[in-house]
Design a protein around this ligand. Sequence first.
Ligand code: P53
Length: 477
Amino acid sequence: MSLPKTFLWGGATAANQSEGGYNLDNRGLANVDLLPLGDDRRPVVMGEQKMFDLDDKHFYPALNAIDMYHHYKEDIKLFAEMGFSVYRMSIAWTRIFPNGDEDKPNEAGLKFYENVFKECKKYGIEPLVTISHFDTPMHLVKEMGSWRDRRMIDYYLNFCRVLFTRYKGLVKYWLTFNEINMIFHAPFMGAGLYVGDLDEREKKQVLYQSAHNELVASAKATKMAHKIDRNNQIGCMVAAGKYYPYSCDPKDVYAAITSDREDYFFSDIQAGGKYPKYVLDMFERENLHIDMHEDDLKLLANNTVDFVSFSYYMSRVATANKKVAQMTTGNIFDSVKNPYLKEQSEWGWQIDPLGLRITMIDLYDRYHKPLFIVENGLGAVDKPDKNGKVYDDYRIKYLASHIQAMKDAVEYDGIELLGYTSWGCIDLISAGSGEMKKRYGFIYVDRDNQGNGTLKRSKKKSFNWYKRVIATNGENL
Ligand code: P53
């Protein structure tokens, strides 16, 4: 009884982590193509080390990924077999505008996504499209330093205009930027920003300027989408996960609230319509000069999103007393280890289903807009048995407990929720680590970290499990 009949069930992928075909049909290079596997990945992701061109010394997993560019029909068919009513995916900006600043879009790229959407429609699957999932055309990164330059807004809007017009009637759910708050945590992966040559103050200035430009672009895109088609539903997307205070020491509570505010800065504007005063005050106090146009604040106030989407993998912990605490590993988000959580993934991500419910309440009470869980899942090493079958009971356990928490939030906490798309419904390249080994899927893909393998798709145990979950609208976990 808990979930509405209209509830959207499905899975999520991103172009750069799944498509491959990086140089086919005039596609240009994007920042996300240049994230190498190995020790250099983290400094590149963080914008500390420059990687503006492909070189022979590194392996770049995104270039070919799982070759969904050629396998999409087969893959969507499998999604349909599980009963998906929604498929979250992203459009590679550089397939449509290879350099980002062309006058005319690349027809081959537009045609590709048209085919993908039509394939979804064939099975009654609603596409949920992320306009930019971390990707920025490298040409714009080199020419103008990416989002620090206000002209990016116009290039992004050209891209949006083409998408909203061309796919009118095929797509109605859009997300403007994936995990928009990632810009503060991983500037190059999140927004194409190389900041390795800046001091702390300059870096802060560039990050907030770029964030401002993205926020203006997001509001203008929302306005445009609504104008082109009244049916369009636009969402913001935040990398969420409530910060808990390490203890009830008010200093820890303060640290947790401050950390939450940093991530909610974006959605406070995109969903709430208001620039937080404490941020504007901070600009003044710290003498940061953020270029804002006169009507920016009005534009942001008048063009808020229709729904709030987010990713949730784990909760986080903050403390004022770093000495007492041990930090977690394997993630871009700094967090103190939570001593109450007993289980963690093989990458050190602590498992906290109740944290999902807590995060939902937090977001809903803050914005009073419908939520959409667009990423959640367990990255794990899967070992096929001698028949090639993966028995991923650990994944089923993770997902079942999170789906239960989500249902509880709807049933008992009064949360409006549009749908749930688990992350990496088919195995794909990890954004954080670049590994293939870190798998999230219901569908196994035969490819290893180095790119060897047949790319053959096969169903894991979780495939039929998720099929049953969807068929029973989440009743049978
Ligand atoms: P991976 C952490 C680190 C990197 C990207 O992450 C992240 C997060 C979690 O917030 O964000 C999303 O692949 C992102 C996806 C990504 C997924 O988390 O490092 O939107 O692109 O794949 C999972 O395990």
